[in-house]
Design a binder for this molecule. Structure first.
Ligand SMILES: Cc1ncc(C[n+]2csc(CCOP(=O)(O)OP(=O)(O)O)c2C)c(N)n1
Ligand code: SF4
Length: 299
């Protein structure tokens, strides 16, 4: 993939006036995702920060049609839309189901897994802000070990983040990619590619969240960059079974270098009660995954 700022679609699909927080990583990613997918896109979303961003009918800053659904039925809802469009012989419309990590990792996994096994034709997007953020930062199975949430108020989260991307990898999808709003061109190009492919495509967006992760709103992009530079977030794509690093992660893999995880967790208030033992465990978790991906890239 070639970095080229000039080929990004100039049309805006989110107009000024969204109700998301200042510095929201999801909003930044969503803007570039819609630029890549363009007009002929129909969305289905459950309750979430994304739902709040969309606002209440008839006032919304988003210019593509969207169906609100329930958490557990997000992928089933997309399957229904895809079947309806097929019946109408409308083959040029991209169906997108988009949900947070709480909705995806915890509540929507069974409908998503079923649809993926049937290779239903839609793009599933999980924006991972590592908690139930819309309702005030409750713990999800995507919350990293050592983070404070409102449902882990005294002690930090003890268990490691569920590696949901690997669960989706096991479905042998035609296309799967991880992205970050801190690298918008990488994100844009992956969505352009996903749009062209048929079957179930899975896109993961790591979305820094200033209030939930407790960092200043101005630092969203830097936080996204640090996640990648420390290797806790890895940018890659798998197309027809072939794994490849992309963007900054590719450069890091080539140079054999990544930053220590303290450079990332030390900048977020949610990790302020993390013990040294947890920090070491998190570093070991990051190193182990990074080495697995290096092996995968070698083939
Ligand atoms: C069945 C049900 N339970 C609880 C809620 C309340 N609720 C609305 S949004 C939300 C959080 C969703 O978390 P996530 O999917 O991670 O998305 P985010 O809020 O982080 O965008 C919850 C619990 C609901 N709408 N429906
Ligand atoms: S809580 Fe986080 S994810 Fe939700 S709108 Fe605010 S910044 Fe975005």
């Amino acid at each position: 993939m070639q970095d080229n700022l000039f080929k990004i679609n100039e049309t805006e699909y989110i107009l000024p006036g969204s109700r998301a927080c200042q510095g929201c990583g999801l909003t930044l990613a969503y803007r570039h995702m819609l630029k890549a997918l363009r007009e002929n896109t129909v969305l289905t979303i459950p309750a979430s920060c994304l739902c709040v961003l969309h606002g209440l009918y008839p006032i919304t800053p988003v210019t593509v049609p969207c169906l609100n659904t329930t958490f557990a039925s997000t992928a089933a809802s997309a399957s229904g839309i895809a079947a309806g469009l097929r019946a109408l012989n409308k083959t040029d419309i991209t169906v997108v189901a988009m949900a947070g990590d709480g909705s995806t990792y915890d509540m929507g996994i069974q409908a998503l897994s079923g649809a993926a096994e049937r290779t239903t034709d839609f793009i599933y997007v999980c924006y991972d802000n590592e908690g139930y953020m819309n309702t005030g930062t409750q713990r999800s199975s995507a919350t990293p070990m050592g983070a404070i949430t409102t449902t882990t108020p005294i002690l930090t989260k003890e268990h490691s983040k569920k590696d949901f991307v690997r669960i989706m990898e096991a479905h042998d999808l035609p296309y799967l990619a991880t992205t970050s709003p801190a690298y918008p061109i990488d994100l844009y190009e992956k969505f352009v590619k996903a749009k062209r492919i048929k079957g179930t495509r899975y896109m993961h967006i790591y979305s820094p969240c200033p209030p939930g992760w407790m960092f200043p709103a101005k630092d969203t992009v830097r936080m996204g960059q640090l996640a990648v530079e420390t290797g806790i977030v890895v940018l890659f794509e798998i197309e027809d079974g072939k794994f490849r690093f992309t963007g900054r992660s590719k450069t890091m893999a080539e140079r054999g270098k990544k930053q220590p995880i303290i450079n990332y967790v030390g900048k977020q208030g949610r990790f302020r009660k993390m013990s040294i033992e947890q920090l070491n465990r998190l570093q070991a978790w990051v190193d182990s995954r990074w080495n697995d991906y290096l092996r995968k890239a070698e083939g």
